[in-house]
Design a protein around this ligand. Structure first.
Ligand code: ZN
Length: 302
């Protein structure tokens, strides 16, 4: 199996979104008071070259996201910013890897936030899988009020329901196999969104945990810090705990969509294993995550 990390541009958000402040509603509202931006964070999607056919996990950003600053939605207008060129969308990048649209058998969506469903238009021939509850939450006017962009879905978008069975997979209580061999499995990881899923790829001895937005970095998962958007502290915290149990019980690589170290961890096939540095710029206005050890690169990266 070959697994590709595909960076579809980058995103800037408020620091209170990455690492929640306080608990409950106060944590969710802190996002709107926060004036501090993160540095640009990557937005990764993933392509698995599997004997059953190529499986894509999340579709990343689309160039249409460059217009969110004109939106009337307060989150889109003031709390998020995107950077992407058309050739950075997932379709052209897969093409450059020799993977055509018809080679992609399945597209699995961890959730339907705009930086995960932004490349859907590149997959008109694929079976697209999304959790039914996530689809309900994201659809229609209510979805738009919640900050989803169902109006940007392709007209043909009608995903198959990714229903997870009450079948335990490690510490995860609900799961579903996505391949005949059972080496690619969707697991329920509620928190960031109520019906968020992650995808585990068993590649030889190593489990690759394609985590979507369960956390914004490996260290935030290891320390169990809930993000600023999760609805429930208890549910999100429990998911982070389950992931930590999973990755510490076997050789694993944890790969969240926006962790600047995800690409390097996939290439090296190992966990970072050390906390990331949270680096503040001189004005306190710039924030980024970098791995602290073993090479102490906290101040090396612009
Ligand atoms: Zn998200």
């Amino acid at each position: 199996m070959r697994i590709h990390a595909i960076q579809t541009g980058s995103v800037k958000i408020k620091t209170a979104m990455v690492e929640g402040r306080g608990r409950g509603l106060r944590r969710q509202l802190a996002l709107y008071a926060d004036r501090t931006w993160t540095d640009w964070l990557p937005t990764y999607a993933w392509a698995i070259e599997h004997p059953d056919g190529v499986i894509v996990v999340d579709t990343g950003q689309g160039a249409h996201l460059l217009e969110t600053g004109k939106s009337y939605h307060p989150f889109l207008r003031w709390k998020v910013a995107f950077r992407i060129e058309r050739e950075e969308e997932i379709g052209p990048q897969l093409h450059a890897l020799g993977i055509g649209a018809r080679d992609v058998k399945k597209v699995v969506l961890t959730h339907l936030h705009m930086d995960h469903d932004g490349g859907l238009a590149h997959f008109p021939h694929s079976e697209i899988l999304a959790a039914p509850g996530e689809l309900r939450t994201a659809s229609g006017l209510a979805g738009r009020i919640r900050g989803y962009l169902p109006n940007r879905w392709p007209s043909w978008f009608d995903p198959l329901p990714l229903d997870l069975a009450a079948e335990a997979f490690g510490p995860f209580t609900r799961s579903r196999r996505l391949t005949r061999a059972g080496d690619v499995v969707a697991v329920a990881t509620p928190g960031h969104t109520t019906n968020h899923i992650s995808v585990v790829v068993q590649d030889g001895d190593t489990a690759l945990f394609l985590a979507g937005d369960t956390s914004y970095s490996e260290s935030l998962m290891l320390s169990g810090r809930v993000d600023g958007v999760s609805g429930s502290d208890r549910i999100a915290g429990s998911t982070l705990g389950a992931i930590k149990d999973f990755v510490q019980s076997r050789p694993s690589v944890y790969l969240p969509a926006h962790d600047p170290q995800s690409g390097a961890r996939l290439a090296n096939r190992r966990m970072g294993g050390a906390p990331d540095c949270a680096v503040f710029g001189e004005d306190g206005g710039s924030w980024r995550m970098e791995r602290a050890q073993p090479h102490s690169r906290c101040h090396a990266q612009a």
